[in-house]
Design a protein around this ligand. Structure first.
Ligand code: S5P
Length: 250
């Protein structure tokens, strides 16, 4: 039998970080735990996808360095407008993995200037506790375990990574394929209703499974949405599946 989990409202009662609070408030208001991963290659595709799936998501996850025609004015400004229009947050999946000084430069400088627009970012914790100090004004989602076949994030690594995540005030949650302590928000990628893998190492579970087994908080779906014939309908489908799986796990 599945264990009881804390509801989003119960997590909101105890959440301290403003980004965690906004995520939980948005999830409750829009009745969605879906994060769409926009792994598309042009600004036009990114904005089109964001406008279509925006009503159904709590956050849009970007890999901004995949965009071939990135421009702060024509990519980021309209993306921020769409985030405001549809009330979703921007999660940049940069997976920082360096020393603090380098991460600080990567976070605020170069052409992407992530600190100017991302509400929260992903980061490896392999650089240790102090490497996360630079993410002062955003939330950090720590990469604890990966979804890919053969990942090196074994149990010993995850236990140590979790200690960093739990102790650092900038961290709001973790990416993992395992359950984590309930004071951290859990983000789970590798979610698909139709597929079990992609032939490139990715491993998928259904929304039902990740809510029942991991008590996850947010599902991250990429190709299941942006590669669908009708991304808006696919997003709605994942939104409903994710919300039903969440309520069933309460
Ligand atoms: O362990 C992980 C962590 C992440 S953030 N496994 C993942 O797949 N991701 C990301 O989630 C990955 O970089 C991609 O952007 C998304 C999954 O995409 P999909 O097309 O396989 O759903």
């Amino acid at each position: 039998e599945d264990k009881k989990r804390l509801s989003y409202a119960q997590k909101l009662d105890v959440a301290e970080h403003s980004v965690a609070r906004r995520l939980l408030e948005t999830a409750i208001a829009k009745q969605t735990n879906l994060i769409a991963s926009a792994d598309v290659m042009t600004t036009a595709e990114l904005l089109d996808l964001a406008d279509k799936v925006g009503p159904h998501i709590v956050a849009l996850k970007t890999h901004i360095d995949i965009i071939t025609d990135f421009d702060p004015d024509s990519t980021i400004l309209p993306l921020k407008d769409l985030a405001a229009k549809h009330n979703f947050m921007l999660m940049e999946d940069r997976k920082f993995a360096d020393i603090g000084n380098t991460q600080e430069l990567q976070f605020s400088y170069g052409i992407y200037k992530i600190s100017n627009w991302a509400d929260f970012v992903t980061s490896q914790v392999i650089g240790g506790y102090d490497s996360l100090n630079c993410f002062r004004n955003v939330g950090v989602v720590a990469i604890l375990g990966m979804s890919s076949k053969g990942t090196l994030t074994d149990a010993a690594y995850q236990a140590e990574a979790l200690k960093v995540a739990q102790s650092h005030p900038n961290v709001i949650g973790g990416v993992s394929q395992k359950q984590i302590p309930e004071e951290l928000l859990l983000f789970t990628p590798g979610v698909s209703i139709a597929e079990t893998g992609d032939g490139k190492g990715q491993q998928y579970n259904t929304p039902e499974k990740v809510f029942a087994d991991l008590q996850t908080d947010f599902i991250i779906v990429g190709r299941g949405i942006y590669k669908a014939d009708h991304p808006e309908a696919a997003a709605l489908n994942y939104k409903i599946a994710g919300w039903n799986a969440y309520t069933a796990s309460l």
